[in-house]
Design a protein around this ligand. Structure first.
Ligand SMILES: CNc1nc2cc3c(=O)[nH]c(N)nc3c(CCO)c2[nH]1
Ligand SMILES: [Zn+2]
Length: 390
């Protein structure tokens, strides 16, 4: 089941405020979705995700199929019970992940044949298999199986003819996904994925065909795949706002804080990206006033928290006791620099909590600005704050 209600639209952009009602709960949009590929948002407990305001998280068909496998998933009645997350889950279909296997996979009209990266077994993923797995996972939002059209392959830029061929196969796989989803009587929501590479005419054809099929929601795929930023921005400017206004729009794999705010202005409702979690593990921290690299020696003695405006446990809730620093007992940058230098596991745990909190809080501030009719003012303030420097 899926119900999308449009609450407000911004007069000076394509931005909109909405609510997305799914089987496991209601999601306020625009929203950032933390990535939990293997059934865990790396290093973060579900209770911490609740505390930081996460409303929906991602899981992945391919990875969960490989490990722990379908029998265990069936035994737990799906992914929610297994990973102890009781709010909505969106699962990607596995296409992007199998595509990333490179040489180890063979794509035909029927589907994708590949060697399991876990034990080398020969496996086959088709739109039908992907739907069967996502039905076992019981995710609230299911993605069609698609082919993420590459931007370039070994230096060869994908031509329009190649992008068309790929887009048209994804369109045929959308039909097969939809048919199998209906045959399985899956009670959740299936999204179509717009492809078309960097070609606006192909994007339009893909969009028109999928809208014709009347999905409850739509994703924009095939970006954030190594293309130059200006091409990604061009697709963001072209496609999202051309999708039906009364359906949720999900931009896959994007992006930096600036990309999210721009994406909202372009009419996107949902985002996922590994940037906050992956960058946290290599010591890159997002803050209101810019990004900081914890490994940099200038943080060695710095007593400040990561972000003085942040209310996450790393910045303002370290010991649980309110010390005399005005009730804020956040960890210092010096301490986090130390943990990073020592390779201590608490380091990435804290930076992950902070970065996810930053992304989720950014989207909360975006929603509040849309509610108040102040989105353009918010964008100006966001831009100048981020340029201030840490
Ligand atoms: C990091 N960049 C990125 N681009 C993507 C593009 C696609 C895509 O085109 N199709 C599907 N199914 N998933 C995608 C994903 C995984 C989800 O974030 C992507 N992730
Ligand atoms: Zn913080």
């Amino acid at each position: 089941m899926l119900q999308f209600d449009l609450l407000k639209t911004d007069p000076s952009s394509h931005a909109r405020r909405g609510t997305l009602t799914l089987n496991h709960g209601v999601v306020q949009t625009p929203i950032f979705m933390p990535v939990g590929t293997y059934g865990t948002v790396k290093g973060v407990m579900p209770r911490s995700l609740h505390e930081m305001g996460a409303q929906i998280i991602l899981g992945n068909t391919f990875h969960l199929w490989m490990r722990p496998g379908l029998d265990i998933m069936k035994g737990f009645g799906g992914l929610h019970q297994f990973e102890k997350w009781d709010k909505p889950i969106l699962t990607d279909s596995g296409g992007f992940q199998v595509w990333s296997l490179g040489e180890m996979r063979k794509i035909t009209e029927e589907g994708v044949t590949f060697a399991s990266p876990v034990n080398g077994d020969k496996l086959f993923m088709s739109p039908e298999v992907s739907m069967q797995i996502q039905t076992i996972l019981n995710s609230d939002i299911v993605m069609q199986l698609d082919e993420c059209t590459p931007y370039e392959t070994k230096g060869h830029l994908t031509t329009e003819a190649e992008a068309r061929k790929s887009m048209e196969m994804s369109r045929r796989w959308a039909v097969r996904s939809k048919d199998e989803f209906a045959r399985l009587e899956n009670p959740n929501a299936l999204f179509g994925i717009v492809q078309g590479g960097m070609f606006e005419n192909l994007r339009q054809e893909s969009l028109d065909a999928l809208v014709e099929m009347d999905f409850p929601g739509y994703a924009i795929g095939g970006v954030s795949v190594g293309e130059p930023k200006d091409l990604m921005l061009q697709i963001m400017a072209h496609t999202p706002h051309r999708l039906p206004a009364n359906k949720p729009r999900y931009l896959m794999g994007v992006g930096t804080p600036e990309d999210l705010v721009q994406g909202v202005a372009d009419g996107v409702d949902m985002f996922d990206c590994v940037m906050p979690t992956r960058n946290a593990r290599n010591g890159t921290v997002f803050t209101r006033y810019g990004d900081l690299k914890l490994r940099n020696a200038r943080h060695k003695t710095d007593p400040q928290p990561l972000d003085s405006t942040c209310t996450c446990h790393a910045c303002a809730g370290a010991s649980g006791v309110s010390w005399d620093q005005g009730g804020r007992d956040g960890f210092s940058r010096a301490y986090l620099h130390h943990l990073d230098r020592c390779g201590e596991m608490l380091g990435p745990m804290l930076t992950t909590i902070h970065n996810l909190h930053y992304y989720l809080n950014l989207m909360r501030e975006v929603r509040e600005s849309l509610d108040a009719g102040q989105f353009s003012q918010f964008r100006a303030q966001f831009k100048s704050d981020r340029a201030r420097g840490v």
